[in-house]
Design a protein around this ligand. Structure first.
Ligand SMILES: Cc1cc2nc3c(=O)[nH]c(=O)nc-3n(C[C@H](O)[C@H](O)[C@H](O)COP(=O)(O)OP(=O)(O)OC[C@H]3O[C@@H](n4cnc5c(N)ncnc54)[C@H](O)[C@@H]3O)c2cc1C
Length: 457
């Protein structure tokens, strides 16, 4: 008997293959967002590569704005999120570079104080939500990337330091301030422009300048001060403080989870770029940087990290955001795209939202048309959504740094003692307070903006 004819099943469409380089806040939020917005698990394959051998949860306290918290809620990781803020005042601004400091402005926000978290807690939450879906590849440091512009399927080949290779349809550079994806993509783009005969051109020079991170001339020293090591009337014990002075500032906030004060000091030091971005510096270095500041600042510096001989020091680097974060089938998110100075306290929120926004757009595209040739339109939608905003945030972070260091319009406050004897200086200091507040409100409302539009998609 003739067997019944079986209509062969049409071949399953091949999944769209995304390789994410970097498992920091941006990379992890991208994975969670892709998982959330792409319900067809067979349509998408995700591989996450990180240079680190383990996901170590690093970092001290960070500030997170209400919009970022709303976004974390959408990703399902906000439950029980513990706000370490203890006071309605977001921070009290005080001129600290004088024998006795002077409080000049209390910053309050309409939505209450921002969330203050331990970065490790945030990263742990993102990691805990990773489902089985993505292939996680640790100890895989990207060293090479090639794009075959004639191919629609699997056009990107990645090479790792251990000699292994991988291919994908789209590579996402979530690899932080020293992004290898950014550097390699820009170098290739510059070569292409040069081949076309462009040799000395503003666009070419601007693009080349975005390839590598630049030192801002500033260092940050971070740590915790044990509350019991400070005198009982110390301002930092009760209210988050922002001590400002010429070229320096100290930000402190008490943590509700333990009797400790988070301390972040920033120093505009200038000089040659340091060899390493993160290192340990002798405590005397930071103490010397604040010579002549009021006693309560010196007490904090001595109490940091229980008097250890050295303190963690970060060189503050920034990346000039390139005009576009899209390089054919390579796209940049988070610090890889636009690492900015931490004076507005939005880098983490922006990184999380970049990942969220790209995941939402790609997820919708994958379960929609999924024409490989048309992914470019989705990438450009990401660029339109995040590019102008993050570039403005980058510029405002720098402007904010200069104001808080008593530069530009606030130059007159340098080297002067703030107090009742100089009412015109108090007025100027209040303008600095108001400018800082407005800058924070602007940035806090926008750093997670794509979340606010997601419900309409
Ligand atoms: C002193 C200081 C204070 C700050 N305070 C705040 C704050 O209060 N609020 C705030 O919002 N932000 C703050 N920030 C900024 C915030 O921490 C960053 O913007 C944010 O963490 C960036 O996340 P990311 O995922 O883009 O990059 P990262 O967190 O740097 O992650 C990059 C990942 O890529 C991996 N990687 C790197 N190279 C490779 C490679 N070649 N191959 C494979 N993997 C690679 C790394 O191992 C890492 O896991 C602060 C920053 C500093 C320096």
């Amino acid at each position: 008997m003739k067997p019944p004819s079986v209509t062969p099943e049409p071949p399953r469409p091949r999944p769209f293959r995304v390789a994410i380089i970097g498992g920091g806040l941006a990379g992890l939020s991208l994975v969670l967002s892709l998982q959330k917005f792409c319900s067809d698990r067979d349509a998408l394959s995700i591989d996450l590569y990180d240079a680190a051998a383990t996901f170590t949860e690093v970092g001290a306290g960070i500030t997170i704005w209400p919009r970022t918290v709303a976004l974390l809620r959408e990703l399902g990781i906000a439950d029980g999120l513990h706000n370490l803020s203890v006071d309605e005042v977001a921070f009290r601004m005080r001129k600290g570079d004088q024998p006795e400091g002077y409080n000049f402005y209390d910053v309050r926000f309409p939505d209450g104080p921002p969330h203050r978290l331990l970065r490790a807690d945030l990263q742990k939450r993102l990691l805990s939500r990773l489902r089985d879906g993505p292939g996680i590849h640790l100890a895989r440091s990207l060293v090479g990337m090639q794009q075959n512009h004639d191919k629609v399927i699997d056009p990107v080949t990645l090479t790792f330091a251990d000699g292994s290779t991988a291919t994908c349809d789209l590579v996402v550079g979530a690899d932080g301030v020293h992004s290898t994806v950014r550097r390699l993509a820009i170098e290739e783009e510059c070569r292409r422009m040069t081949t076309k005969g462009v040799t000395y051109d503003t666009d070419l020079r601007e693009l080349a300048a975005s390839a590598r991170a630049e030192w801002s001339g500033r260092f940050a020293y971070r740590g915790m001060a044990n509350a019991s090591a400070l005198p009982s009337g110390h301002p930092s014990l009760h209210v988050p403080m922002r001590y400002v002075g010429a070229d320096r500032q100290v930000i402190t906030y008490p943590l509700s989870s333990k009797p400790a004060i988070n301390v972040l000091t920033m120093v505009r030091a200038g000089g040659a770029p340091p060899n390493a971005q993160a290192t340990q510096a002798p405590r005397e270095e930071v103490v010397a940087a604040f010579a002549g500041w009021e006693p309560s600042v010196c007490q904090l510096l001595h109490a940091m990290n229980e008097g250890a001989a050295t303190l963690p020091r970060w060189a503050l680097l920034a990346v000039r955001p390139p005009r576009s974060y899209i390089f054919d089938r390579a796209v940049l998110v988070g610090d890889a795209a636009h690492a900015m100075l931490p004076y507005l306290g939005v880098g983490a929120g922006v990184a999380i939202d970049d990942g969220f926004a790209l995941g939402r757009l790609l997820g919708a595209w994958v379960i929609g048309t999924r024409s490989h040739a048309k992914v470019e339109a989705t990438l450009h939608a990401y660029e339109d959504l995040r590019g102008p905003l993050t570039r403005e945030m980058h510029a405002r972070s720098l402007a904010s740094a200069e104001g808080l260091e008593l530069g530009g319009a606030f130059d007159e406050l340098r080297g002067k003692e703030l107090g009742e004897q100089a009412p015109h200086l108090i007025e100027l200091a209040k303008v600095l307070g108001e400018t800082t507040r407005e800058g924070n409100i602007w940035a806090g409302e926008r750093c997670a903006e794509s979340n606010m539009t997601s419900t309409s998609h």
